[in-house]
Design a protein around this ligand. Structure first.
Ligand SMILES: [Zn+2]
Length: 140
């Protein structure tokens, strides 16, 4: 939707603000002219508010379409924390469980999958990302 165009105020009577005549030909008495002028000013203010609201909505749409730096920083911090958690889980599991043979770390295939997930983490729902990362550290 286009913003409402700015109203052009030409050819209006300066007393009553109606179109089609000028102040020397104004047909209204002072009281009528004043109330017509008030109504016109009220409508003009409403149009101006609507125009500003439209601009604000468009700005809000632009803001939500382009993630801001804070959002990216939060996402990066989250991914970093996940990687540390993954590293800790892998190390602890390999070192502490008496039921599995200790392993030196994730396999080449697992590391490759982790890298792919990491590279595309912003395209994957958060819950799914965590599930996949957790699944990569399961040992049987
Ligand atoms: Zn007039």
């Amino acid at each position: 939707m286009d913003p409402p165009a700015r109203t052009v105020y030409r050819n209006r009577c300066s007393i009553c603000r109606q179109e089609g005549h000028n102040r020397t030909r104004c047909p209204h008495d002072a009281a009528t002219a004043a109330s017509l002028r008030d109504a016109f000013n009220t409508e003009r203010r409403a149009q101006e508010r609507q125009r500003i609201r439209h601009l604000q909505e468009r700005q809000a749409t632009l803001n939500s379409a382009a993630p801001n730096p804070e959002w990216r920083a939060a996402m990066y911090a989250q991914v970093t924390e996940m990687q540390e958690r993954l590293a800790t889980l892998t190390r602890d599991y390999a070192g502490q469980s008496p039921f599995v043979a200790p392993r030196s770390g994730p396999t080449v295939r697992e590391v490759k999958i982790q890298e792919i997930l990491f590279d595309h983490c912003q395209e994957i729902p958060e819950g799914l990302y965590k599930e996949l990362m957790d699944a990569l550290v399961i040992r049987d």
